[in-house]
Design a protein around this ligand. Structure first.
Ligand code: ADP
Ligand code: ASP
Ligand code: MG
Length: 241
């Protein structure tokens, strides 16, 4: 049996129709006989909207409270996706970053992953459930929730793929792969069939938000092969690594 980690970004889970589409992607993967871990981001502009809401109350809130607030976005996605999958009749459970023991340092708003305990995650997979994990969030030594920095759900996915020795880590997004430039701004951008970690890191550090730069560093270190593909089409994606 293969173990596949699938990460769905904010646009891919933005509304009811898209959540149903994601539930189809996930359940087809499970139906094909794979164990599946799904990492989700907050829906659409939720994280930005929460940041605006906070600023309306306090222009300098503590980073700790910001992380408490921003953790909620991914929790909405994980529970709604679990419900959509339940509706299709598949065994599924959603878990937060702290429920899977994703331990980070205390650098609120940009925390680094230190270790993953992961007993619950493994137990749920062993029980035959699809596991949905909230991306971007962890817990520090004091038991406070933290976040991994903007775009950090990609890093959650790669960290889980490494921890579980997954056979594949697929990053689903709103473009069908990695291009030499942002394809939304440059219609003549050229798509890579495959790109090395080093070249991907250059793109990510240069601001191509299609992958979080830390996720690429982690994938290179842990030898996690990634595939970046579209949540909305079957077009072949880009292999990173
Ligand atoms: P998600 O919510 O799925 O994580 P992001 O918005 O973080 O999606 O990343 C996908 C976006 O990255 C695309 O919509 C695209 O506009 C942008 N992007 C920037 N540079 C690139 C690039 N070189 N290749 C592909 N996409 C890129
Ligand atoms: N929701 C977070 C953000 O908007 C994390 C992510 O999308 O990966 O940055
Ligand atoms: Mg992203």
């Amino acid at each position: 049996m293969r173990l596949i980690v699938q990460k769905l970004g904010g646009t891919s889970v933005a509304n009811t129709e898209r959540l149903k589409n994601v539930a189809d992607i996930v359940t087809k993967t499970a139906q094909a006989g794979n164990q599946v871990v799904v990492v989700v981001s907050a829906q659409g502009d939720t994280t930005d909207d929460l940041i605006v809401k906070a600023a309306e109350l306090n222009d300098r809130p503590s980073k700790r409270e910001m992380d408490v607030l921003l953790n909620t976005g991914e929790m909405i996605s994980m529970s709604l996706l679990a419900m959509a999958i339940q509706k299709l009749g598949f065994p599924v459970v959603s878990l937060t970053g702290w429920q899977i023991g994703l331990e980070t340092n205390s650098n609120y708003s940009d925390a680094r992953i230190k270790r993953i305990a992961g007993e619950r995650l493994k137990a749920e997979l062993d029980n035959g459930r699809i596991v949905i994990v909230a991306g971007f969030q962890g817990i520090n030594q004091m038991g406070d929730v933290t976040t991994l920095g903007r775009g950090g759900s990609d890093t959650t996915a790669v960290a889980l793929a490494a921890f579980l020795h997954a056979d594949l880590c697929r990053i689903y997004t709103d473009v069908d792969g990695v291009y030499d430039r942002d394809p939304r701004l440059h219609p003549d951008a050229v798509k890579y069939g495959r790109i090395s970690y080093d070249d991907m890191l250059l793109l990510a550090r240069g601001g191509a938000r299609v992958l979080h730069d830390r996720c690429v560093e982690l994938a290179r270190r842990e030898h996690v092969v990634l595939e970046v593909c579209s949540a909305f089409s079957d077009a072949p994606g880009t292999i990173v690594g």
